[in-house]
Ligand binder design. Sequence first.
Ligand SMILES: [Zn+2]
Length: 88
Amino acid sequence: MAPEFCPNCGVKVPPKAKACPECGADEQTGWSGAARYDHLDLPNGDFDYDDFVKQEFGGEKPIPRGVHWLWWLVAIALAAGLLLFWWR
Ligand SMILES: [Zn+2]
């Protein structure tokens, strides 16, 4: 949903527009996050960065399952290496 005015550059955005005609900001890149600021109460300018990150990135955590899997591989490789070392 496009805001009435682009929060990025302040230009009036056509109601059906998918992106700002002036600066190109759209739901993905620009105004979805910026529009949220309008509804956020920030008492005393208190800014919860962790909360902000959680809202901004949602479920997209920078630590994917692949890392976990990789660490298992490393652990197994280390264990196997130790076993081979002891075997001789
Ligand atoms: Zn704009």
